[in-house]
Design a protein around this ligand. Structure first.
Ligand SMILES: Cc1cc2nc3c(=O)[nH]c(=O)nc-3n(C[C@H](O)[C@H](O)[C@H](O)COP(=O)(O)OP(=O)(O)OC[C@H]3O[C@@H](n4cnc5c(N)ncnc54)[C@H](O)[C@@H]3O)c2cc1C
Length: 287
């Protein structure tokens, strides 16, 4: 099958992209890395009238610190972020998670913004962003706004992005000495979307984990925060073994789907295994 006919326009600036999108009455799509969009067009899952190519917008291809926040432009390629010394230093969770996204050839073209805007329920980056307490920066004809990641992801492939808007950047708190991160996922083959994955962040203080965020992916329509398990682990000092209780508490947090890839029982079991492994990573001191 081939894509339905569409028009193509290369944006010269962000303002030009917004103008083009605004003229299309919601019938346009932003083209970033094209790794998901082009497949969706060819399968006719999506039939926009116009593609607005933002690949020339250098302003969206930057990685910079803004005070205590790391700001990652939407057009930063996944491979570039994975290798960036700034990302490795200030947001190691993102660098670690990216090595699990698809394959190097796809990461060479795929962008951070594309992955966040697509909001695949089994994707790594949306869960990372929620675990980090990050924000999404959105630009439209009405101006610029920021949305907390936890509110940005609304449902299955559904986000707070409105027709005509462009995701410009994501902002995450830069790592401090007290920051702790954990990541794990199970996939059938390296590079496949995860059956179940977990992004975890915490702050180490006086031998305890505080501000713990356990965010699962592949277990619901969007990243799922496991608040009951978080509460179990935060309740006691790190030395005490809270893992069993936390795994039991996952029953209150998760209701994984059953599909051709895995049963609900398998996903639930894998979530418990990931929880145990990932909390151990959180307990490891930063060098
Ligand atoms: C074989 C294969 C395996 C993959 N495995 C994984 C995996 O394991 N984990 C994973 O997370 N991903 C995986 N992906 C997806 C890959 O990471 C894509 O690159 C990513 O999902 C989309 O990024 P993109 O830049 O290619 O976006 P595009 O394909 O260009 O766009 C995707 C969607 O986002 C919209 N969009 C893109 N950028 C913006 C923006 N700045 N503002 C507003 N809307 C925007 C587009 O309009 C489109 O609807 C896989 C892809 C393939 C082909």
């Amino acid at each position: 099958m081939k894509a339905a006919p569409f028009s193509y326009a290369k944006a010269r600036s962000l303002e030009h992209a917004l103008e083009l999108l605004g003229q299309a009455d919601g019938e346009a799509r932003v083209l970033a890395g094209g790794q998901s969009l082009i497949a969706a067009l060819n399968l006719r899952l999506s039939s926009p009238r116009l593609l607005v190519d933002i690949n020339g917008l250098a302003d969206l291809d930057t990685i910079a610190l803004d005070g205590d926040r790391l700001v990652l432009g939407a057009l930063v390629r996944q491979a570039a972020a994975e290798r960036s010394p700034t990302v490795i230093e200030c947001a190691p969770l993102i660098a670690q998670a990216l090595s699990h996204v698809a394959h190097p050839a796809i990461r060479n073209r795929g962008t951070l913004g594309g992955s966040i805007a697509l909001a695949d329920p089994a994707a790594e980056l949306p869960a990372c962003l929620v675990a980090l307490g990050g924000e999404v920066e959105i630009v439209g004809l009405a101006g610029r706004r920021r949305v907390a990641a936890e509110k940005f992801f609304k449902g299955l492939y559904e986000t707070d992005l409105q027709p005509g808007e462009v995701l410009a950047a994501v902002r995450v708190p830069a790592a401090t000495q007290a920051s702790r991160y954990g990541f794990g996922e199970f996939a059938r083959r390296k590079g496949d979307y995860a059956l179940v994955g977990l992004c975890a962040t915490a702050r180490a203080s006086a031998g305890r984990l505080q501000d713990l965020r356990l965010v699962f992916f592949g277990v619901g329509v969007k990243p799922v925060r496991a608040r009951a398990a978080e509460a179990e682990i935060e309740r006691a000092p790190l030395e005490e073994n809270r893992i069993r209780k936390a795994i039991a508490a996952l029953a209150n947090d998760l209701d994984p789907p059953e599909d051709i890839h895995a049963s609900k029982a398998l996903r639930t079991h894998l979530a418990g295994v990931l929880l145990e492994r990932t909390v151990q990573q959180l307990s490891v001191s930063r060098p």
